[in-house]
Design a protein around this ligand. Structure first.
Ligand code: ADP
Length: 312
C-alpha cells in the first residue's frame, strides 16, 4: 500500500477576489476551506484514482480536528500523531486573472515525545507499505535530516521512497537514495545553485544527483511537462495546452499519479503519462488536489513521452 507522510498539514483557505490590492479592504466572493498540505493533496488524488492510502504525520488543536474530519468525510484513511500545538492555516488568494498569492504559516512545534510516538507508529506502518511518499516541509522540532532518516528506514525495508520536498530537507534527504525526487525548476536551481537555461542543463544537474544514488530524478516544468532522468533513460514529456484555473497542487497531483503507476507496475512511460495527466487535471480545478478521471484518461492519450537525445 501507499503511505503518505505530511508533517505539516494545514487548513487551506482559498479566497477569490476580483482584484487583490495591498493596503485596502478586500471582499472575497468565494471562500473554500479544505484539508491541505502537499501530502494530503497527494492522498486526495490517489483516492480519486481509486487507491486507498494511509495518511500519517502530525495534527493538533481545532484545526487538526477539522483536517481529520475533512479526510474522514472523503474516506481517506488517516492515522496522525496528535500534538499539543495547533495545526496551521494557509491562504491562497486568487484574483480574476487567476494570479495567485499564497500566505503560508510555519506551523506548530513538535515535541520529543510526539516524535517518539510517531516513530513507534511509523515502524508498524512500514510493515505494510510498498511506497512511502513524503511531501512538503518538515515541521518545527523535527531534525533537519529527518527525511534522510526516514529514507534510510525505507531502504532497509525495501520500500520505495518518494521524496517531494525542497531546501535543506531535500538536500539531506537525497543522501538516503530515494526512489524518486520531483523538483520543479526553481527547486532544482535552488538545490544545484545553477541557473537553468534549457533541458540539457536539467539533464546535467539531474545526472549529478543520480551520482548520489537517487534512482529517478523527475523535473516538473509546469505547462512544459516533465523530464525524467535515471541511469538508463532520459524521458521528455510533452503535454497539450490546457486552460488552467489554479495550478497550486499540480506537483502533488503528479506525485500521486507517479506513485500509483509505480505501485501498479506500469512502465516508466505510462507512469509519466498518468503523472502529468494528474498534474494537468488539477491545474484545471479551483481546489487543490482535485482531479477529474475523464480528463485524466483523455490527457493520457494526448501526452507524448519520448526518449530525449542530450546535446551535451
Ligand atoms: P509544482 O506544483 O511542484 O511546481 P508543476 O507546476 O511543474 O509542479 O506541475 C506538475 C505537473 O502538472 C506538470 O509537470 C504538468 O504536467 C502539470 N501542470 C502544471 N501546470 C500546468 C499548466 N499551466 N499547464 C499544463 N499542465 C500543467
Amino acid at each position: 500500500m501507499i503511505t503518505v507522510i505530511t508533517f505539516n498539514p494545514s487548513i487551506d483557505r482559498l479566497y477569490k477576489l476580483d482584484k487583490f490590492e495591498i493596503g485596502s479592504v478586500q471582499r472575497a466572493n468565494f471562500v473554500n476551506p479544505t484539508a491541505g498540505g502537499k501530502g494530503l493533496n497527494v492522498a486526495k488524488v490517489l483516492k480519486k484514482l481509486g487507491e486507498d492510502v494511509n495518511c500519517i504525520g502530525f495534527l493538533g488543536g481545532f484545526n487538526g480536528k477539522y483536517i481529520k474530519s475533512e479526510l474522514d468525510k472523503i474516506g481517506i484513511k488517516n492515522n496522525f500523531t496528535q500534538i499539543k500545538e495547533e495545526s496551521r492555516i494557509c491562504l491562497n488568494i486568487i484574483d480574476s486573472n487567476n494570479k495567485s498569492t499564497e500566505i503560508l504559516e510555519s506551523g506548530p512545534n513538535i515535541t520529543k515525545e510526539e516524535i517518539d510516538e510517531f516513530e513507534n507508529y511509523l515502524s508498524e506502518v512500514l510493515e505494510e507499505t510498498e511506497i512511502l511518499v513524503a511531501s512538503g516541509s518538515l515541521a518545527k522540532g523535527l531534525p533537519k535530516d529527518y527525511y534522510l532518516r526516514i529514507g534510510n528506514l525505507c531502504r532497509q525495508k525495501n520500500i520505495k521512497f518518494i521524496l517531494d520536498s525542497s531546501g535543506e530537507s531535500l538536500k539531506l534527504g537525497i543522501n538516503s537514495k530515494p526512489y524518486l525526487i520531483k523538483p520543479n525548476i526553481d527547486e532544482l536551481e535552488n538545490l544545484s545553485k545553477v541557473k537553468i537555461k534549457n533541458v540539457d542543463d536539467i539533464i546535467n544537474i539531474s545526472r549529478s544527483i543520480l551520482l548520489k544514488g537517487v534512482e529517478n530524478v523527475c523535473v516538473s516544468m509546469g505547462k512544459d511537462g516533465m523530464v525524467l532522468v535515471n541511469k538508463d533513460f532520459v524521458y521528455k514529456v510533452e503535454i497539450p495546452n490546457i486552460k488552467i484555473v489554479n495550478p497550486v497542487g499540480s506537483g502533488d497531483s503528479s506525485i500521486a499519479g507517479f506513485s500509483l503507476g509505480t505501485l501498479k507496475g506500469y512502465d516508466l512511460k505510462d507512469t509519466l503519462k498518468l503523472s502529468n495527466a494528474c498534474g494537468m487535471s488539477n491545474a484545471m480545478h479551483i481546489s487543490t488536489g482535485d482531479v477529474n478521471l475523464e480528463d485524466i484518461n483523455k490527457f493520457i492519450d494526448e501526452i507524448k513521452v519520448y526518449e530525449y537525445v542530450c546535446n551535451v
